[in-house]
Design a protein around this ligand. Sequence first.
Ligand code: GCO
Ligand code: MG
Length: 412
Amino acid sequence: MKIDSAEIIVTSPDRNFVTLRLTTDEGLVGLGDGTLNGRELAVVAYLKEHVVPLLIGRDPAAIEDTWQLLYRSAYWRRGPVTMAAIAAVDMALWDIKGKAAGMPLYQLLGGASRKGLMAYGHASGKDLPELFDSIRKYLALGYRAIRVQTGVPGLHAIYGIASQEGLPGNKGRRYDYEPAQRGALPAQEDWDTRAYLRHVPGVFEAVRAEFGAELPLLHDAHHRMTPIQAAKLGRALEPYDLFWLEDCTPAENQEALRLVRQHTITPLAIGEVFNTAWDFRTLIQEQLIDYVRASATHFGGISPLKKIMDFAALYQIKSGFHGPTDVSPVGFAAQLHVGLAIHNFGAQEYMEHGARTNRVFRQSMTFKDGWLHPGDAPGLGVELDRDEAGQYPYATAYLPYNRLADGTVHDW
Ligand code: GCO
Ligand code: MG
């Protein structure tokens, strides 16, 4: 079998998605997600100009060889654009392999290790009543684990809150960074770490008092604290038994996690902005984290995701793959297959895609009673309706950024 053609499809049903569609001379189609939100067209150019010409005529079965060729022959290694492009190819080739075998991908990765994946939903509120309503809504939808994000008095717009004022389009049931609502320039949000640190422990105390001890609770600090601030928050949250505290410090400074770890037993999750397995090496070997937050899409695909989880398993570190709506249904399916197959699954983030996105990408995936399952269609289990995709042209969209009260730019 040979790769016959490659098409790069950019569509923006609810937000922008970049999909690589490979076709073989035997008519098999493979899909791969290369969405790097905020920088989508850089991946499109990388694929179109530098990757597709290498693929035509190659054997689609040679997944590892193609991965190594794309990674090593570029000479310039790593980086989110390169790794999203390689991810798209890797996923499309696994999709083809599954279809050629007539099996869902998880079977090729070793078969199912569980009946479904525990998903966590994104509850948020600008104040406690709103947060409690939001948690109840996610529990009613069947979720068995809840991420809790809260407004902070004095800050008018912060990460992860669905209803805060000042952000057009943020009135809905969840926070959203969709192009139609965001406009072409990055929105500015505000931040004050001391105000946040004063407020958050009380919120978790209230949530535990209302919802009991059993419910797994998660929290995303979104890279905003210094190491000692993160240590302080981790310690302050210990009585509320978090499932994990995410991205407590910016990912570039990995030594920071040593300091945080010395001071707190709150479990730590990190890695949604990492793009290679090497980024996790020290953190896993030194057991500085408890959950790997990589996504197949930003991490070079299914092959490296499976490898890093096998490495993490040696240290009892589990998965917590990154599953926001900026990962397309193709990339999300890739994670579900890996999560179902590996032994060291932890939790799967799940932000449901919008109705338009689900019409463009038809999926075999199911979500029932809080469990996600990738379905049993051969390959990834996702089909792309090109006519539907064509109705939603690309729209420039940026993520927001932060400024402190004195105007200093801060991590978002
Ligand atoms: C998460 C992430 C996202 C990011 C988003 C940026 O934990 O789901 O932090 O919400 O903010 O992926 O595009
Ligand atoms: Mg996060």
